[in-house]
Design a protein around this ligand. Structure first.
Ligand SMILES: Nc1ncnc2c1ncn2[C@@H]1O[C@H](COP(=O)(O)OP(=O)(O)OP(=O)(O)O)[C@@H](O)[C@H]1O
Length: 897
């Protein structure tokens, strides 16, 4: 048996989470936010449990001065004079809405839904006792429950969209034993959470037997696989050796760029696509995303072109021109504005808080007339006013507002999400906020201990502990970085009270699923505060009033895209003649908006480009067929142009490949997509000077010249006017990235790599995240080109990228909790193999674990004992995991022997 990597392996994060889950947490759910007047004036924590004598963060070994957040005064027009929270409109609406008692169809056990009992029970145990009225209406749409029709729908964030899609998808999967479904999400970070949810939903559910007996009633007649009747939910995380294939899942959860598109291509090619019965497109508005949206369009167009019916379910919170999308997908359309938890929106400007929902007030304040006369006082009176701060750090009114609002919310026992425009801004805000909020919650010893655990868990990740997090977590604030899963989880559990994130990260982290303001079961009401500066005020108001832009096809915005579309369908033989290609293109979203002549022109030029690139050839029946190279490009999920570049690079590598070092392999695994890299040539020169003979040989085989690097470091600029020059520049840049990848693989934390190479941290993070997927693509590329030796060599080394540890640590890194640096410490302490760890007494591992976390916060005596106890528990888990692995290895040896 082979150990699965990447798809089914357990990550440190998961393990840490399981571990965390064993400690009790104090949920904040259901706590009603008190009226702001009370606590802001007294400054006294509202909940009795919070009145614990606080311990300063400095007791944790840190030395930062405390900031006192400004108070927020209620004005004459403020909430003191208006009714309580219950006035928030939808509360009333909710209580007036029918319940399953009056409308039986709100219960998922209603015969109309024909869902197995166990499924309804599972949902109930997950808090879904009945569906919302809108969910019922939506599901009852024509042809939806029986799968005859597609669906496109919108509901506000947190409105419960996913459940509708889940029900339809599960119905399709339950209809036949071999039925499959794909759930396509825009971000890898969302995949894991969705997989976890779906696994709970399908737990213990069996599928229809071959003779048509309904699930739940049948006795299994025959079995091929142990899990034959169960529904296997598999997530594709975009990395590593993607061993899970079409055959390995019943519900596949993946992102659209690589996995969904590639999975579908392969399944169309080998005809196994016939089992696909449903595809859910979450965040359908991403179709408009300039970089990746067109891939979503390609996926959906392929589905529409198949011979059998696949139910497509597309959803989003924002689909301004939903009719066009519904028309494109031939879908039933449904829209609702229902929010189970009302959101109260505010605008904060010049230390004053305004209600943003009053249409006649704030939102109309910035008329074109005002624009001419310049900003002036808003027309509506503010509801609250933030007092000025005496701290010099809080003189900026926007920062002061952020800090006082965050502090007020935390004092009331709620969580806060702060969105900033830049990573640097996040770090700054997190540090300041942490200085102002820690006195309210830092005293709870249980919470403090959990924060210490969290920092330990973060430290044991390959990326290490970010210094900013080191400073902020003890006070209960965090910021989202690559450690986001642990951070988001800690926020969810109330261990962290504040998270600061950039808007772009906010979309990628799990927060959309659970953390944004107003989540059912978590809050009574959500509040948002948009804090803006005077100069931005009118733009902000305009933006708040603005209509959402119409969504449109991204297929024609770059020449590559139609090329890729055509190459793919030719490669998987979905369409090979001109007529069938026309048919295919008629099914795109593009065809609804663009002139057919223009599309045809694009098709013609793309086909001749593909012929010229030697990706396709004309065949005898005036159709087209894919070449070996074209097939390799499609299989490795590359853009045609990138594929051509990789091909040239690989051909050079086949002639001369440096095998006495790792640099050439790492270069080959360095993704070729655009990272917007600006090479710092001085850093490049320094790094070049430290390269050994083998590394220098790689440079010379790649055609890179030390003299040029020296010249660049002295201030020359790289010529990029001809294609040849651009190609050379691209190789230099790729090598610069390869150096970073080398450092990442040598366990240098991401923030240090970014610092060293003068790169935005996000780019290094993307490099770290995409290299595994790219490496898997390279292996496939070589396999398809019949370069077996190269494929084998790359395949062997690709594991390194995943573990972020040296090759000799790979085996160790399979053990729970032993990742990266920890693996190195184990290795250095003589635990060089899984067997060595398996055979050790857990108590022997404790000192190694302590050593693996050298920066651990200094603890008091009694805490030290507790800490060691905890490490012992961890050592036991490690020992068990190592034993399991060891047994598997021995079994393998026996089988192979
Ligand atoms: N009928 C229901 N009863 C109780 N809880 C529900 C119901 N429907 C959905 N929920 C819960 O509400 C929360 C939000 O739902 P969901 O994530 O589907 O929202 P969404 O509309 O997809 O939001 P987003 O736009 O952020 O993705 C989830 O925790 C979900 O389990």
């Amino acid at each position: 048996m082979e150990l699965r990597q990447g798809i089914l392996h357990q990550t440190t994060i998961q393990t840490a989470k399981q571990h965390q889950g064993t400690y009790s947490t104090t949920p904040l759910a259901g706590n009603k936010r008190p009226s702001p007047g009370l606590d802001t004036h007294s400054g006294v924590p509202t909940h009795a449990s919070q009145k614990v004598a606080f311990q300063r963060a400095s007791s944790l070994g840190r030395n930062v001065s405390t900031l006192v957040a400004s108070t927020i005064e209620v004005t004459e027009s403020g909430p003191r004079n208006s009714p309580e929270v219950s006035e928030y409109s939808q509360r009333k609406v909710v209580s007036a809405t029918p319940t399953a008692g009056t409308d039986r169809a709100l219960s998922l056990s209603h015969p109309r839904y024909a869902l197995p009992k166990s499924l309804v029970e599972n949902l109930r145990s997950l808090g879904i006792n009945e569906i919302y009225p809108w969910q019922k209406h939506c599901l009852m749409g024509p042809g939806l429950l029986n799968g005859a029709k597609n669906l496109v729908y919108t509901a506000p964030t947190g409105g419960g969209k996913s459940l509708v899609a889940d029900v339809l998808m599960l119905k399709r999967v339950l209809e036949r034993r071999d039925a499959k479904a794909l759930l396509i999400l825009p971000y890898v970070a969302l995949v894991q959470e969705k997989v976890r949810w779906l696994r709970k939903v399908v737990q213990g559910i069996t599928r229809i037997a071959p003779d048509g007996v309904l699930p739940g009633k049948e006795e299994t007649l025959w079995r091929r696989r142990a899990d034959e009747d169960t529904i296997r939910v598999v997530g594709f995380f975009g990395g590593g050796k993607i061993r899970a294939t079409w055959a390995d899942f019943d519900i596949g959860v993946c992102t659209f760029e690589k996995e969904a598109n590639t999975l579908m291509n392969t399944a169309i090619d080998d005809c196994s696509i016939a089992n696909l019965r449903a595809v859910v497109l979450d965040e359908l508005h991403m179709i408009d995303d300039d970089h990746r949206g067109y891939l979503l369009e390609l996926c959906a167009t392929k589905l529409l072109s198949l011979e059998h019916k696949v139910q497509i379910v597309g959803m989003s919170a924002t689909l301004p021109n939903i009719e066009v999308l519904a028309q494109w997908l031939g879908a039933h359309r449904y829209q609702t504005a229902y929010r189970p938890i009302p959101i109260k929106e505010h605008l904060v400007y010049d230390s004053k808080i305004y209600e943003a929902s009053s249409k006649g007030g704030v939102l109309t304040a910035a008329t074109p007339l005002n624009r001419q006369t310049g900003p002036r006082e808003l027309m509506v009176p503010p509801i609250r006013v933030i007092t000025n701060s005496s701290h010099k750090e809080l003189q900026d009114p926007v920062l002061n507002a952020v800090v006082s609002l965050a502090s007020e919310t935390v004092r009331s026992g709620y969580g806060v999400l702060i969105f900033c425009s830049s990573r640097a801004g996040c770090e700054f805000d997190a540090r300041i906020v942490s200085r102002a909020v820690h006195d309210a919650h830092g005293g709870d010893p249980v919470i403090l201990e959990k924060r210490t655990d969290l920092m330990g868990d973060l430290r044991s990740l390959p990326s290490g502990l970010d210094p900013a997090l080191d400073d902020t977590i003890p006070s209960g604030a965090g910021l989202t970085t690559e450690e986001r899963d642990l951070i988001a989880d800690a926020y969810d559990k109330g261990i962290l009270k504040v998270i600061v994130a950039t808007c772009s990260l906010a979309a990628g982290i799990n927060l959309p699923m659970r953390g944004r303001a107003g989540r059912k079961g978590k809050d009574e009401v959500g509040e948002t505060y948009l804090c803006c500066r005077k100069n931005d005020l009118e733009d902000v108001i305009e933006l708040m009033n603005a209509e959402l832009p119409q969504l449109s096809s991204g297929l024609m915005t770059d020449k590559q895209r139609i090329r890729r579309a055509l190459l793919e369908i030719i490669a998987v033989r979905l369409a090979t003649s001109r007529d069938s290609m026309d048919d295919y293109l008629l099914k795109t979203l593009l065809s609804l908006t663009a002139e057919s002549d223009v599309i045809r022109e694009h098709v013609e030029s793309s086909l001749s480009d593909l012929i010229e690139m030697e990706f396709i050839q004309e065949d005898e029946q005036s159709g087209f067929k894919v070449t070996q190279l074209g097939k390799a490009v499609v299989a490795s999920a590359l853009e045609p142009e990138d594929g051509a570049f990789v091909h040239r690079e690989m051909q050079r590598a086949l002639r001369a490949f440096v095998m006495d070092g790792e640099m050439h392999l790492l270069y080959t695994f360095t993704p070729v997509q655009d990272f917007s890299t600006t090479v710092n040539w001085k850093v490049f020169r320094n790094e070049m000077e430290t390269l050994d003979d083998s590394g220098l040989r790689v440079m010379s085989f790649l055609g890179l010249k030390p003299t040029i690097i020296n010249k660049m470091a002295q201030g020359s600029t790289m010529k990029e006017s001809t294609p040849g020059e651009r190609e050379i520049s691209r190789i230099y840049t790729r090598f610069y990235l390869a150096l970073q990848l080398r450092d990442l693989c040598n366990e240098v934390p991401i923030h240090l790599v970014a610092q060293k190479y003068d790169m935005p941290r996000g780019s290094v993070q993307t490099l770290a995240q995409t290299c595994q997927g790219f490496a898997a693509g390279m292996v496939k590329f070589c396999e398809h080109m019949d370069w077996g030796m190269m494929a084998a060599a790359l395949d062997h080394v690709s594991d390194r990228l995943k573990a972020g540890a040296r090759a000799d640590l790979l085996a160790l890194a399979q053990i729970t909790f032993i990742k990266s640096r920890t693996a190195r410490v184990f290795y250095d302490n003589g635990f060089k193999t899984v067997a060595a760890v398996a055979n050790a007494d857990p108590s022997e591992l404790v000192p190694v674990l302590i050593q693996a976390q050298p920066m651990k916060i200094r603890l008091k005596k009694q805490d030290e004992q507790k800490y060691e106890e905890k490490l012992f528990a961890k050592a036991e888990i490690i020992s068990n995991s190592a034993n399991r692995l060891w047994q598997i290895q021995m079994q393998q040896d026996i089988e192979e022997g």
